[in-house]
Design a protein around this ligand. Structure first.
Ligand code: PLP
Length: 476
């Protein structure tokens, strides 16, 4: 491949006769960014807007211009709003106002088959070869977790376990736990957890595979996310799926932090089911509509257990309402309720942005942007400086605070987010950064900091670095 982005960047800076910490270098990277025009399609909050009614801070720090655009490094939590979103929502509000029930079948986007407008592009993001059969847009994420588990967790006395990773998100954990209990099994004996090795913070694929090989005969379902929500580690879903299938287990994956972030090929990988939300990297509305993938190989298996509602009934005869169920094949056969119009149009608006580039171009920027950020973070902390690094250490303020990047350095094992641990309080860092117009998020001592390729720039990254330098200097 192209090699590590850090090497690429150092080489480039050398060619230009610049330091990676030079404003001019960040500007050069921005000027050559193939995706630079995308940022203009988002509302970038100003600092004063970001801090309005803030529960975290009293206001901008001294010397910070409240009217300048903030640097939003919190896309892993909630994506920013595309400019088109309001337009599309307003159009449906107007249609409802003017046409009442007749809006269901009229206009550019009739409400009844509105899910059709988002399947193809959602399919591109998750790598579904046959999106109209494999993808459904429905419900909230946790509901879809339960729908996937209901279909693919069919425990027997000898095969009753679910394999998860150690840091699994609470909602996923509770879903797994309660599904096991619903089937009359005990989570204490039916949950298998893969943990990082002693002294390590992320998982090794080989350890996940080894666990599957070891306990696979009693495992019903392997349930590993596309990207770990806290550490930002991307898992090798292809290899894990192969191992799961080799042992006769189903494979399910939560893509909450992977969709709109890394390239996914669910159909090719043979993943049995996947679920995701669209409000993080996809930038649809807060808590908006979520997604469900069912591999084509299961599309005509009408015996897969499910909770059924009228939306799963074939479209042509759904409104006959004779209570003779005729299930739609594929993922659509798992939809239950009328697709919510407003949530779906917010998804249309964000998918319209993703339509403007392919995921290869997106990832190319992402690797470089996060690679640049990582390089600067290493520059901040002498501890992480590796032999052979050519950049001089941070010169501005002397700081003994250390910065440790938890996320793997291998670009194949991460998306755009870097999870960072500071030697001082992460909450304190987040607060001070917010006062300076930079949005980040701290959980359990880990600060998630995310340069997203859609709306963050290389200059944003440099600004975050310079601000961190100041903030860490102050903390001394
Ligand atoms: C964000 C996230 C959720 C949130 O679930 P909701 O049902 O949307 O509240 C669940 N699981 C993971 C892994 C997440 O990252």
């Amino acid at each position: 491949m192209e090699g590590h982005p850090a090497e690429q960047l150092l080489r480039l800076a050398k060619e230009k006769g610049l330091q990676v910490t030079d404003q001019e270098f960040a500007k050069y990277l921005d000027d050559n960014d193939e995706m630079g025009h995308i940022r203009k399609q988002f509302h970038i909050p100003r600092v004063c807007e970001l801090l309005e009614e803030s529960k975290e801070v009293d206001g901008p720090a001294k010397g910070v211009d409240p009217n300048k655009e903030c640097v939003y490094f919190a896309g892993q939590s909630l994506g920013l709003q595309p400019i088109e979103t309001k337009e599309l929502v307003d159009a449906e509000m107007e249609k409802w106002r003017k046409r009442g029930q007749y809006g269901r079948n009229t206009g550019e986007r009739p409400w009844v088959p509105i899910e059709d407008t988002v399947l193809e592009q959602s399919g591109i993001l998750v790598g579904a070869k046959n999106p109209s059969l494999e993808v459904a847009i429905m419900n909230g994420l946790t509901i879809n977790i339960h729908i996937g588990l209901t279909a693919f967790y069919q425990p027997t006395a000898t095969r009753h376990k679910i394999l998860i990773e150690d840091g699994v998100f609470p909602s996923d954990f509770y879903s797994v736990q309660s599904q096991i209990q619903l089937h009359g099994y005990d989570p204490a004996t039916s949950v298998v957890i893969v943990k990082p090795r002693e002294g390590e913070e992320t998982l090794r694929t080989e350890d996940i595979v080894a666990k599957i090989m070891e306990e696979g005969d009693s495992i019903a379902l392997v349930y590993i996310p596309g990207i770990q929500f806290l550490t930002g580690q991307a898992f090798d879903i292809k290899t894990i799926t192969e191992a799961a299938h080799a042992k006769g287990c189903y494979m399910g994956t939560d893509l909450a932090h992977a969709i709109g972030n890394i390239e996914l090929h669910l159909s090719d990988w043979g993943v049995d089911f996947a679920i995701w939300c669209n409000y993080k990297y996809v930038c649809a509305s807060p808590a908006g509509i979520s997604g469900f993938f069912l591999h084509e190989k299961h599309a005509y298996n009408f015996d897969l257990p499910r909770m059924v509602g009228w939306w799963a009934h074939k479209r042509e005869t759904r409104f006959v309402m004779d209570n003779c169920l005729d299930l739609q094949p594929g993922a659509a056969g798992f939809t239950m309720t009328t697709t919510p119009t407003l949530e779906t149009v917010t998804l249309i608006a964000s998918l319209n942005i993703f339509k403007q580039f392919d995921m290869k171009t997106f990832r190319k920027k992402s690797r470089l942007l996060t690679g640049y950020y990582e390089l600067l973070l290493k520059n901040l902390s002498p501890e992480q400086q590796q032999e052979g690094d050519q950049e001089p250490q941070a010169k501005k303020k002397k700081t003994t605070a250390t910065v440790h990047v938890v996320t793997p350095s291998d670009p194949e094992q991460r998306g755009c987010c870097l999870a960072v641990r500071f030697s001082c309080s992460g909450d304190e860092i987040c607060k001070k950064m917010l006062e300076r117009g930079i949005a980040m998020q701290c959980h359990r001592g880990i600060v998630r900091t995310t340069p997203t390729p859609l709306y963050n720039t290389f200059s944003d990254v440099l600004h975050v670095y310079n601000t961190l330098l100041d903030v860490l200097g102050d903390i001394q």
